[in-house]
Design a protein around this ligand. Structure first.
Ligand code: APR
Length: 174
């Protein structure tokens, strides 16, 4: 499923983000950049130890922010480590922090002049953010970025399962 915005493409696909060939793939990281399970585990496993070596030098990345490393053995050139919020009921700034994690990732892509980027569904696994709410924020933040001046021509959401894919489809078509 695709949407054209300002001559650029926003695409939804179901699969594993580690096999994406976009310039960057985004990791759903923790603020210590310590690695973990979910997307984070998959990226470090597939990319090899170089990504963790560079992550350690960054000394952490605050919630709602994003940091960049190279991508080791992955096909992508960079991994952008975005730190989404843990869901605590929605009254602790979670929507703003989630939007900020996407926005900061897109700003890093812009600074680096990247043409394409893939996102996972940040915060909706171990961090328990409700899927439909997270999808609406993710799609709205990317749409806003693509409507402005950006070198990004292609933004892909790589959804790991059907439930996530359907939630993002609903968000894209609403
Ligand atoms: N490709 C794409 N999506 C994936 C993959 C993959 N290989 N593996 C898991 N996912 C999906 C999950 O199904 C979920 O929808 O990514 C989404 C985000 O889930 P998590 O990876 O658990 O990320 P998050 O909820 O942001 O929690 C981050 O989990 O692994 C730790 O170190 C990480 O502490 C951090 C926390």
């Amino acid at each position: 499923m695709q949407l054209k915005i300002n001559g650029k493409t926003l695409e939804l696909t179901q699969g594993d983000i580690t096999s994406q060939e976009t310039d960057a793939i985004v990791n759903a990281a923790n603020s210590g950049l310590r690695g973990g399970a979910g997307v984070d585990g998959a990226i470090h496993r597939a990319g090899g130890p170089e990504i963790m070596k560079e992550s350690r030098l960054l000394g952490g990345c605050s919630t709602g922010s994003a940091c960049i490393t190279t991508a080791g053995k992955l096909k992508a050139k960079y991994v952008i480590h975005a730190v989404g919020p843990v869901w605590r009921g929605g009254e602790s700034g979670e929507p703003q922090l989630l939007a900020s994690a996407y926005r900061k990732s897109l700003e890093i892509a812009l600074e680096k002049g990247l043409g394409s980027i893939s996102f996972p569904s940040i915060s909706t696994g171990a961090y328990r953010y409700p899927l439909d709410d997270a999808a609406a924020i993710a799609i709205a933040t990317v749409k806003k970025h693509l409507a402005g001046e950006t070198p990004l021509k292609n933004v892909v959401f790589v959804l790991f399962n059907e439930a996530a894919f359907k939630a993002y489809q609903r968000a894209l078509s609403s």
